[in-house]
Design a protein around this ligand. Structure first.
Ligand code: FA5
Length: 354
């Protein structure tokens, strides 16, 4: 029969075994030994069955207290071990951001640099500044009016399908969205010029655009365009074609040719698509250009009188042209990047080449 002193002894033994455990594995083993089914405590509890009611009551109470004590000791030890092990794990995985790894980009001899898309944007701006343009910017969150309405694309116009849009708020009175192209910046510039009486306009407008496009070799959901807008007296399609041609040879060099193909945009009339020789296959045809030998860089055309009307410019006095093309596409063609997704994968081996 288990006497009181035996129970105290069991608790003392359990306490020293628990104190000695210092890993998760060890405490699991100790728990099985001191409070599991085959532990002396459990055996003592089983022995209660054959006792007289009086001793059973007293011994049962003592065994219950002993078990509670042992369980508390176990739990507190488990918490202590978890904390110690977690601290060790965190210390082992600590990153020393100041550490110099020879041959890595973090080394003093290999400083970080602008992302290729930022470099391309800067280079494009430089080309256009050299041609007499200034640089402007506009918001990435737009209202329906700037992104569509003022550009001669009223609600329910079928051309809205050309731009798969991320809407932010379909609220009244104004719907807001992530701009699908940089053309709304044209509207901001023209409104401001009318308000301040500062026509003519010769501007380029680079920036980020968003579309619900599935990423592939030539598309991203977040990409960049550079918009161009010239509004002046006596501007003709020949000025547009000359500007595109001058830009192409200044930016891509003599091996890349451009061509304009008739196209449709609601905000320009006539409109054209601007294509360049695919730089990946040099015009032979490949996966990137869908075997055509040409890559579409952007759209362009003469500003539609309906757009001038929406910003209050007199189209009898002023004419203009506009263009908008992909900065990521320019980077892709200039550096022969077969798949545009490489630009956003952040693989340092790819990025450090530029
Ligand atoms: C437009 O966005 C018109 N706003 C261009 C324009 C401006 C026409 C002014 C007339 C006057 P489009 O949807 O075709 O047109 O896009 C123009 C260029 O942006 C494309 O040729 C391509 O180079 C680039 N682009 C379009 N969508 C993506 C995308 N998902 N990922 C990367 N580049 C893209």
């Amino acid at each position: 029969m288990t006497a009181m002193s035996d129970i105290a002894g069991l608790v003392a033994d359990a306490r020293s075994a628990i104190e000695a455990a210092d890993t998760t594995e060890a405490i699991r083993h100790v728990a099985a030994t001191v409070s599991g089914k085959k532990s002396p405590l459990s055996e003592a509890s089983r022995a209660l069955g054959s006792m007289d009611p009086e001793s059973k009551k007293e011994l049962g109470r003592q065994l219950h207290e002993a078990r509670t004590t042992v369980e508390e000791l176990l739990e507190s030890k488990r918490t202590e071990i978890r904390f110690t092990e977690l601290s060790a794990e965190m210390a082992a995985s600590r990153l020393d951001l100041t550490e110099y790894v020879p041959g890595s980009v973090a080394g003093p001899d290999q400083r970080g640099h602008l992302h290729l898309v930022s470099q391309t944007r800067d280079a494009l701006e430089d080309v256009f500044i050299g041609m007499g343009f200034d640089v402007a910017e506009g918001p990435e969150i737009e209202t329906d009016w700037f992104n569509f309405g003022a550009l001669n694309i009223p609600p329910a116009h079928p051309a809205r399908g050309m731009w798969d849009t991320f809407y932010l708020d379909l609220g009244e009175p104004e719907t807001t969205l992530l701009r699908t192209h940089t053309s709304p910046v044209q509207i901001h510039l023209m409104e401001r010029a009318v308000l301040e009486g500062t026509l003519p306009i010769h501007s380029v407008m680079p920036g980020r655009c968003y579309r619900r496009d599935t990423p592939d070799a030539r598309h991203l959901a977040v990409f960049h365009q550079i918009e161009g807008l010239v509004v002046d007296r006596g501007i003709t399609f020949a000025d547009l074609a000359g500007t595109i041609e001058t830009f192409t040879s200044a930016y891509f060099g003599p091996d890349i040719h451009s061509r304009l193909r008739p196209a449709y945009f609601p905000f320009t009339e006539p409109s054209a698509e601007f294509e360049v020789t695919c730089a990946i296959c040099k015009g032979e045809g490949c996966r990137t250009c869908s075997q055509t030998g040409w890559i579409e860089l952007g759209g362009c055309g003469m500003v539609d009188p309906a757009v001038f009307a929406s910003v209050g410019i007199d189209s009898d006095e002023w004419t203009g042209f506009a263009f908008g093309f992909g900065i990521d596409r320019c980077a892709q063609m200039r550096h022969q990047i077969a798949d545009m997704r490489a630009l956003i994968e952040n693989d340092i081996r790819f990025l450090r080449q530029f």
